[in-house]
Design a protein around this ligand. Structure first.
Ligand SMILES: NC(=O)CC[C@H](N)C(=O)O
Length: 382
């Protein structure tokens, strides 16, 4: 006999998926996206860019590597919940310190298993990322009409400022470099590391590690830091992090702050939300994509060299390349849909990318960008 469904995913258009609940009991309202990465569910769930989003994994074996604290991209999982093809598999991994389901229960995150994730992914591609309510109830009592209505009434990500919510509250120093076998984190080999201020709009730890590894002494500041506060640290370079929500919603604090920094002769490097906010500060605009890019195999072309990189991506907004002002050069484009994936300012050491060169999870084709940032700071010192 089939088990009684203990979880339910209701889309705003009235489509309902039933399945087996796991992790925390409760209900969340969020935007639904799909991620096609074949590894890294823990890094994805703890990436602060996923705030207010439920993630459907198209890869069917979720849970098979368990979880380990070293792979957290933030202190807590941030994605509101997950949707998987079947109930998470038992971990089989020497690094695992816990089981995904126990970890989700302890950390208050809801999962639904047994969902036809191909059908769901097709629906997301067709209608755009829908608003959903995901509920887990061991008794299997769901008020479907109320769930659909709640999903329909939710305001959505457009116009939502989430960067401030997930950012750190206090500044801190970050010195840890990248993970290496058999399980330690490296240190920068730079004798006189470059003073970098990283503004935290929801920064992933592997970005901070990549900065430290490539020669930065990183001071992390909260999202609301003013240009004056950033400059008080006498930075040799400023990094603008990834983060959740609508880039345009940061227009009251981050964008004007970045505009002020642009008047200085400082290397600036931005990733994802950082890229979008930099584009806004330069006078361009951003647009909401249909279903965004979330995966670890997205081909991107460096239009200046012709080289193709396979990249990790996670974004639902994009910079509208048509709106880039004179003096701002489009450096990278997506080979999936031609959307903008990078920019640089002519004659200035200011550049950013839409994708995630720190990977985690994903390929490491684009780590050269961290070196490029270090080189820009070295040139400035010289
Ligand atoms: N990873 C990110 O920084 C995401 C940026 C932005 N929130 C988007 O969805 O496009």
């Amino acid at each position: 006999m089939p088990q009684k469904p203990t979880a339910c995913l209701a889309l705003a258009d009235g489509t309902v998926f039933h399945g087996q609940g796991f992790g925390a009991v409760g209900e969340v309202v969020a935007e639904l996206v799909f991620n096609t990465a074949m590894t890294g569910y823990q890094e994805i769930m703890t990436d602060p860019s996923y705030a207010s989003q439920v993630v459907t994994f198209t890869f069917p074996h979720i849970g098979n590597t368990g979880v380990t604290e070293q792979d957290d991209e933030a202190p807590e999982p941030v994605a509101s919940g997950i949707v998987v093809k079947w109930d998470p598999t038992e971990p089989s991994n020497w690094r695992a310190s816990a089981d995904l389901v126990d970890w989700m229960t302890r950390r208050g995150r809801i999962g639904i298993g047994g969902v036809d994730t191909r059908r769901l992914t097709r629906a997301i591609r067709q209608q755009g990322s829908p608003h959903v309510v995901l509920a887990h109830d061991p008794q299997g009592n769901f008020d479907i009409a109320a769930m659909v209505a709640k999903a329909r009434d939710w305001q959505g990500i457009v116009g939502l400022d989430l960067a401030k919510e997930v950012s750190c509250r206090q500044s801190y120093r970050w010195d840890e470099g990248l993970w290496s076998w058999p399980g330690t984190f490296g240190q920068s080999e730079e004798k006189k590391p470059f003073r970098v201020v990283a503004v935290d709009y929801g920064a992933k730890r592997n970005i901070l590690r990549s900065l430290a590894q490539s020669g930065a002494e990183v001071t992390v500041l909260p999202a609301t830091a003013t240009a004056e506060e950033v400059l008080a640290h006498d930075p040799e370079g400023v990094f603008l992090s990834n983060g959740p929500g609508d880039p345009a919603a940061t227009g009251t604090y981050a964008v004007p702050m970045i505009r002020e920094l642009l008047d200085r002769d400082l290397p600036i490097f931005g990733i994802c939300l950082g890229h979008q906010m930099l584009a806004l500060a330069l006078g361009a605009s951003t647009i909401k994509m249909n279903h965004g890019h979330h995966g670890a195999n997205h081909p991107v072309k460096d239009v200046e060299t012709g080289k193709v990189e396979i990249t990790s991506m996670n974004h639902g907004f994009a910079v509208d390349a048509q709106t880039l002002p004179e003096g701002v050069i489009e450096t990278h484009v997506s080979l999936f849909d031609g959307s903008n994936c990078g920019l640089r300012v002519a004659e200035k050491p200011v550049f950013s990318v839409q994708y995630h060169p720190e990977a985690s999870p994903g390929p490491q084709d684009s780590t050269y960008l961290f070196e490029r940032f270090t080189e820009a700071m070295r040139a400035r010192r010289a």
